[in-house]
Design a protein around this ligand. Structure first.
Ligand code: MLT
Length: 241
């Protein structure tokens, strides 16, 4: 099993993912929100790459069962029911619902990887569940960091490094590429205090400036969830039911 890290989505095109097993990471906050929504009983998340498509798609769906969620510049989009704070996605609101989901980087990265044979969504909250599942699958893995405006983001690459470190604890038949090695080194250097790492990161600072400190605290919980979000037929469902 070989593991590679794509530290930004723009180093490859969408055909690169054809037939691959891909893990998409957008710690702050799309992956964390997706895990939280599925944990709280959302039926499915429908990731989209534009706001216009989100609105069009939700218009064709059954009103009460579908919610529009996501953000622009960290804030809820006009006309959307939900923003991108994982704390909004509580059981009362999302249970049984389909959520059409647009975010600046995360949902776009997921849509970019749509030709993958298997695609999972990972954040710190479900990192052990994803590691165990990947070892069981035993396929080569591409870890796609959503990054920030097609550039590097610290928290996604640290999470990738931690995921690989967890996998290495579970199996000794793993090959890693140079970018995987770099992600592991970053996790060693910055992954011990996740809250501090978030506070120093560009996107963490933007979220703090916009009043989302509680989201950072939630995103810093390691392996608090067993949810394995799995992309299939254009929607993300929980593999664990
Ligand atoms: C994104 O997809 O860019 C993020 O999830 C933005 C955010 O923090 O809401």
């Amino acid at each position: 099993m070989k593991i590679n890290v794509l530290i930004t989505p723009n180093s490859v095109d969408e055909l690169y993912f054809t037939g691959k097993t891909t893990v998409v990471i957008d710690v702050l906050r799309a992956s964390t929100t997706i895990v939280e929504a599925l944990q709280n009983g959302a039926k499915e998340i429908v990731p989209v790459a534009t706001v216009e498509f989100a609105v069009k798609l939700s218009g064709g769906m059954f009103g009460g069962h579908t919610l529009l969620g996501g953000e622009r510049n960290t804030r809820k989009i006009e006309g959307f029911a939900l923003g991108n704070s994982p704390l909004e996605y509580n059981e009362n609101i999302v249970s049984g619902k389909s959520i059409v989901f647009y975010t600046t980087n995360g949902s776009k990265a997921i849509v970019k990887a749509k030709f993958s044979e298997n695609m999972f969504i990972c954040c710190f909250n479900n990192i052990n569940a994803i590691a165990k599942h990947l070892v069981k699958l035993n396929n080569d893995v591409e870890i796609l960091c959503a990054g920030k405006s097609n550039l590097f983001s610290m928290e996604d690459t640290v999470c990738a490094g931690r995921l690989i470190s967890e996998i290495l604890k579970l199996s000794d038949e793993i090959k890693i590429t140079d970018s995987s090695r770099a992600a592991i080194a970053l996790n060693r250097a910055f992954g011990k205090n996740l809250m501090a790492m978030f506070q120093e990161s560009e996107h963490g600072q933007l979220l703090l400036d916009n009043g989302f400190e509680e989201d950072l605290k939630l995103a810093a919980k390691v392996s608090s969830s067993e949810v394995i979000p799995y992309y299939t037929s254009s929607v993300i469902k929980s593999l664990t039911g």
